[in-house]
Design a protein around this ligand. Structure first.
Ligand SMILES: Cc1cc2nc3c(=O)[nH]c(=O)nc-3n(C[C@H](O)[C@H](O)[C@H](O)COP(=O)(O)OP(=O)(O)OC[C@H]3O[C@@H](n4cnc5c(N)ncnc54)[C@H](O)[C@@H]3O)c2cc1C
Length: 396
């Protein structure tokens, strides 16, 4: 059976629109906000309004997608393509667009219909990481204590992307630490809730346009209906509820890596051309200039990442369990983008290392895509567990 790897036509307008924004809004201000860490990119306000207007039309196109057909492409694929094109422009700016936080993806993945309606217009950051842990998300120590019709949230979250700009934050907290992973639930907390404080902003290696905050919760009161998913502590289902978010967000982070990787490959191709090295796909790589051979290797890795990521999003749209594929896409794309951007600096040499091009910035920006939403090593651990049929207790 022939495999058609073309993207459905209905996504053409999304790809075109987001690419134009990346080219004409992001690229011209990319260096400006790399230099002005913590300054809010006001240029994004207009873009956020346009994105909101388009969301309604796209949602109905995706809901109608496929009908009873055995295979469909919907919201996950569209979100992924949009993140890819925007990241071609600038990853830090993409992460700063109002209304499109990682918490929004969590709400989309696990909210019930009433919550989807209630939180449809919010900008939500995502707060999992704490001073005492990063990778081991089962170690959550922030607490949520029932108090009448509300929960009281207490704890500290660090490295929260959009934590100072978003108007809401999805917080992972435990209902009862003694019951382990099953008691960890996520709560949508408005940032203007009494007891919620942005303590400080981090200074970072890359994605400087994006704010990264430490947030403290002291008896922050939220209505019980802001708990996403079921309030029951089902020790048999363990971590299922909150972890489901990652099945949707990891392919999106992979797509960000693919967008950034494509930008670096395009720049590298241009530099090779200027240096008189043309890429000839009809000749063996080893028979060409060493830098061309390197380019061909990087590009084939990039294509493998792209296909992994499309598959993970397609599975999510078709309601197929995709945890393994989501981790595979992120592991492959995260590693590939750091490889591509660092090699591009190496091959570009003086032009790669200086600020005359964006290559050095992209090399700094790319590393985060191999860290947040689960590091390279954690993705490999998840894949190994799934492939070998081992539990998290068996393989740590
Ligand atoms: C810019 C930025 C933005 C972020 N945004 C957010 C956000 O919005 N929300 C949020 O909640 N968090 C966010 N994070 C936090 C991020 O998710 C964590 O940094 C990440 O999960 C790793 O945790 P850690 O830094 O504590 O590293 P650790 O967990 O301490 O890991 C350190 C190293 O050990 C490796 N390692 C750990 N365990 C194992 C193991 N079992 N086997 C093999 N290797 C292992 C890791 O891969 C890593 O290389 C952000 C981080 C950064 C830098």
């Amino acid at each position: 059976m022939a495999i058609n790897l073309e993207l459905p036509k209905k996504f053409d307008s999304t790809v075109e629109r987001t690419h134009l924004a990346a080219e004409h809004i992001f690229r011209p201000i990319s260096r400006k906000y790399d230099k002005a860490e913590h300054e809010y990119p006001v240029e994004l306000d207009e873009l956020a309004k346009l994105a909101k207007q388009n969301r309604g039309a796209e949602k109905s196109a995706d809901e109608g997608a496929g009908g009873d057909a055995p295979s469909k492409n919907g919201a996950n694929m569209r979100g992924l393509l949009s993140a890819l094109e925007m990241s071609w422009g600038d990853v830090g700016l993409l992460l700063s667009i109002p209304g499109q936080g990682l918490g929004n993806a969590a709400i989309a993945a696990v909210a019930n219909p009433e919550q989807l309606e209630k939180f449809s217009d919010v900008w939500a950051a995502m707060a999992i990481t704490e001073p005492s842990f990063g990778s081991d998300s089962a170690a959550v120590s922030t607490t949520a204590t029932r108090d009448g019709d509300d929960y009281l949230i207490n704890g500290e979250k660090i490295f929260v992307t959009s934590g100072s700009r978003a108007d809401h934050v999805v917080v992972w907290a435990t209902l009862d630490k003694s019951l382990g992973r099953a008691a960890i639930k996520s709560f949508v907390v408005p940032m203007d809730t009494e007891g919620v404080t942005v303590v400080r902003l981090e200074k970072k290696l890359g994605i400087k346009a994006s704010d990264t905050a430490v947030i403290r919760f002291e008896n922050a009161r939220v209505p019980a209906e802001n708990l996403l998913g079921s309030p029951e502590i089902d020790t048999k289902k363990a971590f299922g509820g909150v972890m489901q978010t990652f099945d949707n967000t990891r392919p999106v982070v992979a797509a960000m890596a693919i967008g950034l990787g494509r930008a670096a490959l395009e720049e590298l191709r241009r530099m090779l051309h200027e240096a008189g090295h043309e890429i000839d796909y009809d000749r063996p790589a080893a028979a060409q200039h060493a830098t061309v051979a390197e380019f061909i290797r990087l590009e084939s890795d990039w294509e493998a990442s792209w296909l992994h990521t499309l598959r993970a999003a397609w599975m999510a749209d078709n309601k197929q369990p995709n945890s393994t594929e989501a981790s595979m896409s992120k592991a492959k794309a995260g590693r590939t983008v750091t490889d591509i951007t660092n090699k591009a600096v190496e091959v570009g040499a003086t032009a790669g290392f200086s600020e005359t091009s964006l290559l050095e910035k992209w090399a700094r920006d790319s590393k985060i895509l191999d860290i947040f939403e689960g590091t390279q090593q954690i993705q490999q651990l998840i894949i190994a567990r799934r492939v070998l049929g081992k539990s998290s207790a068996d393989l740590k």
